[in-house]
Design a binder for this molecule. Structure first.
Ligand SMILES: Nc1nc2c(c(=O)[nH]1)N[C@H]1C(S)=C(S)[C@@H](COP(=O)(O)O)O[C@H]1N2
Ligand SMILES: [Mo]
Length: 326
C-alpha cells in the first residue's frame, strides 16, 4: 500500500538539504534506459539473472525508477549525511563500536541472497532477493530514525512496503505476529565469532504493525543499494519504533501465533521491550528518553511521541498501557 496522501509531517523534496550524490540522481536515472535492453538480453540467460539486472544497479549505480514525491516523512528535518549514516552504526554482528560495521563489513557478500518465508501462511517458500523485490514497487521514504540510546538520524531509504511483501505469502488468520531473522555467517561477520548477543539476531512485530503503511523493507539509501553496515541487502525499517527493531540482513520471515522473543528483550527485558515505541515520556531505566542528539547537530532536540508519526500509528495502541508495554 502506498502513502499518497500528504500529512502535516510531509516536506517537499526541494526543501530538503541533500547530499550531492543524491542531487545527482536525476542524471543517473537518465542512464538507466539501458535496463530494458539488458532485461531482454538476460531473459535468454535465465529468469533469476534478468531479475538481478532489473533490481540491483551495477556497482556504484543507483536504483532506477524509484517512486518519489510523497511519503516524505522526515518532517522538516534535513537528511543526515551519507557519511554519517554509513559510518556510525549499530550492527553487533560486525562488532560493538559504532565504527566497527563500516570498518569490517566490506567482506560481507550480500548477493546472491534468499529469504525463507514460513509459518502460518498459504504460500511459504524460499524466495530469491530479486523475486522478493519488485522494482516497480520501490519507493523513497525519508524517515527519522531514533535509537534507544538517544541519538537520531534522518535517512532517505529506498524500500518496498512490508504489507505488499506480506500479502504475497497469504498469511492465515491465526498469524498474529511476524518474526524476522538475521543471517548467521561468522566467516564474514567477525562479531558473530563472539557471543555478545545470541545469534541470530531476532526481531518481530504484531501483524497490524507490520501491515501499517509506514513499515518498509529497505534495500537502499540515498538511492543506492545498502552497504553491509546498513544491513545489506534487505532490512526492516519501522520509523516510530526504536532503531533496534530494524533488523538487518534478513534471511527468514515467519508468520507466528506467539509474540517473538526479540533479541534485546531476551538480553535485558527490564530495559528493552517488544514494542519499543519511541516515547519521550517513558524513560529507559538508565537514561531519559525525553530528548535526543541528532547526529551532525550540536544541540539536543526534544524526542517526539512515536518519533513524530503519532498521526499514522497511534491507533495501533489505543487503550494499551505504554509504560508497561514498553
Ligand atoms: N542484525 C542486527 N540488526 C540490527 C542491529 C544489530 O546489532 N544486528 N542493531 C539495531 C540497532 S540498535 C539500531 S539503532 C539499528 C541501527 O541501524 P543503522 O546502523 O543502519 O543506523 O539497527 C538495528 N538492527
Ligand atoms: Mo539502537
Amino acid at each position: 500500500m502506498l502513502i499518497r496522501h500528504r500529512k502535516r509531517s510531509d516536506i517537499a523534496s526541494h526543501e530538503i538539504t541533500s547530499e550531492s550524490a543524491y542531487l545527482n540522481r536525476r542524471e543517473l536515472i537518465k542512464g538507466t534506459g539501458l535496463i530494458a535492453g539488458s532485461l531482454a538480453l538476460s531473459s535468454a540467460i535465465g529468469a533469476s539473472r534478468s531479475a538481478y539486472a532489473a533490481v540491483m544497479p551495477a556497482p556504484g549505480g543507483k536504483f532506477a525508477d524509484v517512486a518519489k514525491g510523497y511519503a516524505k516523512l522526515g518532517g522538516n528535518d534535513a537528511p543526515t549525511s551519507f557519511e554519517d549514516i554509513t559510518t556510525y552504526n549499530n550492527f553487533y554482528e560486525f562488532g560493538l563500536d559504532k565504527g566497527d560495521p563500516a570498518e569490517h563489513a566490506h567482506n560481507f557478500k550480500p548477493l546472491p541472497w534468499t529469504v525463507k518465508v514460513d509459518g502460518l501462511c498459504n504460500k511459504p517458500g524460499t524466495i530469491d532477493f530479486n523475486d522478493l523485490i519488485k522494482p516497480a514497487a520501490l519507493e523513497e521514504r525519508i524517515y527519522r530514525m531514533r535509537c534507544v540510546e538517544a541519538w537520531s538520524m534522518v535517512i532517505p531509504w529506498v524500500g518496498i512496503s512490508l504489507a505488499s511483501v506480506i500479502n504475497r505469502f497469504e498469511p492465515q488468520g491465526s498469524a498474529k505476529f511476524i518474526r524476522f531473522e538475521t543471517i548467521v555467517r561468522p566467516t564474514e561477520m567477525r562479531g558473530q565469532r563472539s557471543a555478545n548477543l545470541p545469534w541470530p539476531y531476532i526481531e518481530g512485530l504484531r501483524m497490524d504493525e507490520a501491515m501499517n503503511p509506514l513499515s518498509i523493507l529497505a534495500v537502499g539509501l540515498y538511492g543506492q543499494p545498502l552497504l553491509g553496515q546498513s544491513g545489506a541487502p534487505i532490512r526492516l525499517v519501522v520509523p516510530w519504533k526504536y532503531g533496534f527493531k530494524g533488523v538487518k540482513s534478513i534471511v527468514r520471515i515467519s508468520f507466528v501465533e506467539e509474540q517473538p522473543q526479540n533479541t534485546w528483550k531476551v538480553m535485558n527485558g527490564s530495559e528493552y521491550g517488544f514494542y519499543a515505541n519511541v516515547n519521550p515520556k517513558v524513560d529507559h531505566p538508565r537514561w531519559s528518553q525525553a530528548s535526543e542528539r541528532r547526529i551532525g547537530e550540536f544541540r539536543r532536540r526534544p524526542t517526539l511521541m512515536f518519533n513524530g508519526y503519532e498521526e499514522e500509528v497511534a491507533d495501533l495502541y489505543k487503550g494499551m498501557n505504554l509504560s508497561r508495554l514498553y
